[in-house]
Design a binder for this molecule. Structure first.
Ligand code: NAP
Length: 249
């Protein structure tokens, strides 16, 4: 099936923020491929998202699988216009208890896989002259210091640096690279980090001028904007979608 529609890939699109991004895309008639490890979750997400959505199961830490995932999508759909590198994992642990393996594990998912996936997609876009869009997802952890998330913080700071480096190298070819820095958004990930730690939760909300957690759909709307031609002169930005958290007192 070659598609004439725009085609997007959303990693981690089976749940949380990724699901909301995929939902915003399919509702705008962008054919969307969601990628994750959990086939059941992907199937349930596709059922909810309808015929404009398909899924591919892949553990992104297996870097050697990424080229064939990308070439398989190109073979089936003909082109890839938009990539959202949303899949990510967090780990809350005291600094001195984080092992080298823990640290590398977070970086493998949150940084190295993002690099590999982006390289394969951009290679295709450059060879076909596609004016593509890549959207990365960072975090408030790269805007200010948060204790007990050392590897996650390192990974999200790397994502912001990579966004700027990619934007300078690829924007001359018409490929726009941007990043969304979500504040505290109500998902399973934030529930795991905040619900058992009421002090952290009230701190997160207390420094959010809007006074409440964001919804995944808030990130979906921002991603749809950055992916659209309305944002055709926007590249290399880190866009906080955070209820003011990054500037909160
Ligand atoms: P989530 O619900 O836990 O979603 C994470 C997604 O990533 C899952 O769908 C998961 O799918 C996928 N994933 C994780 N490891 C993977 C791997 N090795 N291969 C393939 N897929 C993988 O969390 P979320 O809150 O929506 O987070 C989404 C992104 O937003 C992350 O990058 C996170 O760092 C960022 N973020 C979230 C918040 C927040 O407050 N929620 C704030 C700032 C930034 P499977 O389980 O199927 O593998």
């Amino acid at each position: 099936m070659k598609t004439k529609k725009k085609l997007a890939i959303v990693t981690g699109g089976g749940s949380g923020i990724g699901f909301a991004i995929a939902e915003a895309f399919v509702q705008s008639d962008i054919h969307t491929i969601i990628v994750g490890r959990d086939q059941e979750k992907l199937r349930a997400a596709c059922d909810r998202l309808g015929s404009n959505c398909n899924s591919i199961s892949c553990d992104l830490t297996q870097l050697d699988k990424i080229p064939s995932v990308v070439s398989g999508i190109i073979a089936e759909y003909g082109h890839i216009d938009i990539l959202v590198n949303n899949a990510g994992i967090n780990m809350k642990k005291a600094f001195i208890e984080v092992t080298d393996q823990d640290f590398q594990g977070i970086l493998q998912t949150n940084v190295t896989a993002v690099f590999s996936f982006s390289r394969e997609v951009v290679k295709h876009q450059l060879s076909k002259g596609i004016k593509g869009v890549v959207i990365n997802i960072s975090s408030m952890a790269s805007q200010y210091g948060i204790p007990k998330v050392i590897a996650y913080t390192a990974s999200k700071a790397a994502i912001e640096g990579m966004t700027r480096a990619m934007a300078t190298e690829l924007s001359p070819h018409g490929i726009r690279i941007n990043c969304i820095a979500p504040g505290f958004i109500a998902t399973d990930m934030s529930a795991r980090a905040l619900d058992a730690d009421p002090e952290r939760k009230s701190k997160a909300i207390g420094r959010t001028p809007m006074g409440y957690l964001g919804q995944p759909s808030d990130i979906g709307a921002a991603a749809l904007f950055l992916a659209s031609d309305t944002a055709k002169y926007i590249t290399g930005v880190i866009l906080p979608v955070d209820g003011g958290n990054a500037v909160g007192f």
